[in-house]
Design a protein around this ligand. Structure first.
Ligand code: ADP
Length: 379
């Protein structure tokens, strides 16, 4: 009996399929190499980390050298290590795409590089997790340009703050004086001026915070405070600046937080001013608070233009603005919701929006309640 070789048993169509697959992979490999992009993979069961030579190069390793995940992490700037490892676990857990920018100062020349890593979760035909694989690329030049731009924005905003503070003080003084004189025209004009100065101050604060977030220098000044009282204070000022608007606030109970009150106020101001900006003058704005389990929840509801689902997904991205007939005349930079999301994220909270076009939107956030110390354990 004659032995059949693999060549004689594999049909021509299967062979063609394999050749085609190989050509596609080859084309992908050539394209990846031409773009100077590295490829990597991390296995679910063993957490073995496999990389192309370009990835090794990005971490300062030579192509023949072994690069483990732990060794790669050691080359990453200390303040970026946690997000790399946490991102991998999050992708394995939730299946969300992996996307992290970090800086490395790899051996041998200890040159600082910025790297973008993106990846996706792969499963076998039975749906069992197998690995995350993706690409890494050098984004140093782009990042340095971004950092220069942020530094410039930060510097300008900082310089603008000083004259604006003194302008605000003089406007407030004049306002008080004009009220005393019962000079109604001047009172009205100064009230409008105060509103514009306040708006400018909020914009500058937004840019300063953006700069802090981008450079990773956002710090929390944690204090114990009552959330509803903070909302009352914020609303007092908002109502003064927007006398025509109806804004209601209903609260259930006192809510004690340990958080940065200035930053939480910034979130509230952003959400309330968006509700005002993106809804008609007669639209009602309702704010509510409640506790849900271990979290405090705030909801800011409006009867505005609403947002279509496709835009809803991008709302919390930096510089994103909805572009349509209703919003084209409304000023803004698209950083408010991005900042809100960052502030809430570093407080270990959650933020989201729900909306129905032409009906209105509700933006909500949750923050962990202050942990009550147990008197019996203090004794
Ligand atoms: P800005 O208001 O400066 O553009 P934001 O980051 O605060 O930036 O908001 C991003 C975009 O989301 C806005 O441009 C707007 O189109 C949309 N948006 C935010 N809040 C609302 C809202 N309450 N109703 C409708 N659209 C909103």
């Amino acid at each position: 009996m004659q032995n059949s070789t693999p060549e004689t048993t594999i049909s021509d169509s299967i062979r063609q399929e394999v050749i085609l697959k190989y050509q596609i992979l080859d084309a992908a490999r050539i394209a990846i190499e031409a773009a100077n992009v590295g490829t990597w993979m991390i296995d679910d069961a063993t957490r073995v980390f496999i990389t192309s030579s370009r990835v090794k190069e990005l971490f300062g390793y030579e192509s023949g050298q072994e690069l483990s995940f732990e060794a790669a992490l050691l080359c990453v700037s200390e303040n970026h290590r946690d997000k790399i490892a946490a991102g991998i676990e999050e992708t394995f857990r939730s299946g969300k795409p992996y996307h992290v920018d970090f800086s490395t100062s790899g051996l041998p020349e200890l040159k600082l590089r910025w790297v973008k890593a993106v990846g996706g979760l792969y499963t076998d035909p039975d749906g069992k997790l197998t690995h995350i694989s993706g690409v890494m690329m050098d984004i140093t030049e782009q990042k340095q340009q971004e950092l220069r731009k942020n530094k410039f924005i930060g510097m300008v905003s900082h310089e603008l703050q000083t004259p604006l503070t003194s302008l605000r003080a003089y406007v407030q003084m004049l306002h008080a004086w004009a009220r005393k004189q019962k000079d109604h025209f001047t009172v009205g004009a100064l009230a409008k001026m105060e509103k514009q100065v306040k708006k400018m101050g909020n914009m500058i604060n937004g840019f300063l915070s953006l700069n802090q977030v981008e450079s990773g220098n956002i710090h929390l000044d944690l204090k114990d405070f009552e959330l509803n009282a903070l909302i009352h204070d914020t609303l007092e000022e908002t109502r003064l600046l927007n006398p025509g608007r109806t804004i209601t606030f209903s609260q259930m109970e006192s809510i004690e937080l340990q958080a940065d009150p200035d930053k939480i106020e910034q979130v509230l101001v952003n959400l309330i001013s968006n509700a005002i900006k993106y809804s008609p003058a007669e639209g009602l704005i309702e704010i509510t608070t409640e506790t849900i389990g271990e979290m405090a929840e705030v909801r800011v509801k409006d009867e505005g233009f609403g947002i279509v689902p496709a835009d809803m997904k991008k709302l919390f991205e930096r510089y994103f603005r909805v572009e349509n007939k209703q919003t084209e005349q409304i000023p803004g930079f698209g950083i408010g919701l991005y900042l809100c999301a960052e502030i809430i994220r570093i407080h270990n909270g959650k933020i989201w929006g729900e909306s129905e076009p032409n009906k209105g939107s509700v933006f909500c956030f949750q923050l962990p309640l202050k942990i009550r110390s147990n008197p019996s354990t203090n004794a």
